[in-house]
Design a protein around this ligand. Structure first.
Ligand code: ADP
Length: 433
């Protein structure tokens, strides 16, 4: 500012000197006239600079700062410097904001920011999807009017208490979100929506599984308990009856043992910590072994034959023995006496295919997708009667999954079924030409 004053004083001094000289030469009137003219000229020049500054400020372009003389040059430069500083600061803030909004968009959880009165300030795309919001349309609206959830207002009001609500969107069956509210900043709230569909499903499966196992064990235990009570309370039990009862009890115990064995096998297969054994073996030998076991289970009631190629398979022989046996034992159990069962092992389009074909009771189409679920049976009575645990095909599915193999089922009720295990070509060494 000092330089502006000195420039002004200098100019006034020049004007004064000029006026004094003119006055001395041409008289006082001429001196005053010169002073007035010079001052008018100065005023006009300053007004012009002011106008240029005004014009430039309307569109301040850092690339074209107007030239200015004297103190105006400093003024233009100072304003230009401040504008540059502000532009840089704005760029930095915008860049930071962009990073934060990208991070919030990348979040796998739904995020909704609310103001003090629960109006939506912002939400990410996941929240739009989860809660049926639409960012542009719903900004500024009351969240409790948009999400129809009975206890949402209460949850938001108690947002510091770490509670959560479950939201099941009416248009997406089976999907469940857990919504939490967190207070932050000056009376702002953050709603977070977590997708808990998977964990809910796992929890339901676990509950059903425990209920099923308890039920499966309860039935034989009730039979055994009944007989024991009868034997204990009967003063003189008939030895013949007692032998029959012990026979039934032994059957029930075997049934429980089979169930426990299958449960252990399933749990071993499901725990992924166990690496798969990669034996390379001739499947023909395995098929012949299984066929021999099947014949003893059938006790001559069925014809069991094998049609096999000399192809090798890479995988766990023990696990595949268990899976293939389950398929054959099902064929024996669900094929009426006199029926025909054929075991195949062949290479088709490079893939290894093991199949069990029976002429049994068959399965209606609507049951096929659910057959490998644990404890799923088409006919509960028939399964139990024939010693089934309801876990055989679950075991088969898990073993095949561990071998990257698929299971195909073709069946016609009353005519028979074919269960096919299809192994990827890299597990199979086809017979040499
Ligand atoms: P289960 O111990 O009851 O046989 P599985 O898991 O092995 O249990 O099989 C599930 C259900 O699939 C069986 O209860 C039966 O209804 C049906 N099933 C399996 N294999 C056959 C088959 N070869 N023929 C007809 N039904 C079958």
């Amino acid at each position: 500012m000092g330089s502006a004053w000195s420039a002004l004083l200098l100019r006034l001094a020049v004007v004064g000197l000029l006026a004094a000289l003119t006055g001395a030469w041409f008289g006082a009137g001429a001196g005053w006239a010169t002073a007035s003219l010079a001052l008018l000229l100065l005023l006009a020049l300053h007004t012009h600079q002011l106008w240029r500054l005004q014009r430039w400020l309307k569109r301040p372009d850092s690339q074209s700062v107007p030239d200015a003389w004297g103190a105006w040059g400093d003024v233009f430069f100072e304003i230009y410097r401040l504008l540059r500083q502000e532009a840089k600061a704005r760029e930095r803030i915008l860049a930071d904001l962009e990073v934060f909004s990208q991070a919030a968009e990348a979040s796998p959880d739904g995020l909704v920011i609310l103001d003090a009165d629960d109006h939506i300030l912002w939400c990410n795309r996941v929240a739009e999807q989860q809660l049926g919001l639409r960012g542009e349309r719903d900004i500024g609206l009351l969240v409790t009017n948009l999400i129809r959830l009975p206890r949402l207002a209460e949850l938001i009001a108690r947002s510091s208490e770490g509670q959560s609500l479950q939201y099941r969107p009416p248009d997406r069956k089976g999907t469940v979100y857990s919504i939490e509210a967190i207070r932050f900043g000056k009376d702002r709230k953050l709603l977070i929506g977590f997708d808990v569909t998977q964990s809910e499903r796992v929890e339901t499966l676990r509950r059903d599984f425990v209920a099923n196992v308890s039920h499966e064990l309860r039935t034989p235990l009730t039979v055994i308990a009944g007989f024991i009570e009868h034997i204990v309370t009967e003063p003189e039990p008939d030895p013949e009856d007692t032998r029959d009862q012990l026979g039934i009890m032994s059957e029930q115990v075997s049934r429980m043992l089979r169930l426990v064995d299958d449960l252990l096998t399933l749990s071993r297969l499901e725990s992924e910590t166990q690496a798969l054994r990669e034996d390379e073996f001739d499947v023909r030998d395995l098929v012949y072994e299984i066929a021999a076991d099947g014949r003893s289970l059938s006790a001559g009631r069925h014809s069991i034959t094998c049609e096999v190629q000399p192809a090798l398979l890479k995988g766990s022989r023990d696990e595949l023995h268990s899976a293939f046996s389950n398929l054959l034992s099902n064929a024996v159990r669900y094929t009426p006496d006199g029926g025909r069962i054929v075991l195949y092992w062949e290479v088709k389009d490079g893939k290894g295919v093991f199949s069990v074909e029976d002429s049994g009771i068959g399965i209606a189409e609507e049951h096929l997708p659910r057959l490998t679920e644990r404890f799923y049976r088409v006919d509960r009575g028939r399964s139990r009667e024939s010693g089934g645990t309801g876990l055989g095909l679950s075991i088969v599915k898990h073993v095949l999954l561990r071998h990257q193999a698929g299971l195909e089922i073709d069946s016609v009720p009353g005519a028979g079924s074919t269960f096919r295990a299809i192994f990827p070509s890299w597990r199979v060494t086809p017979p040499q030409a």
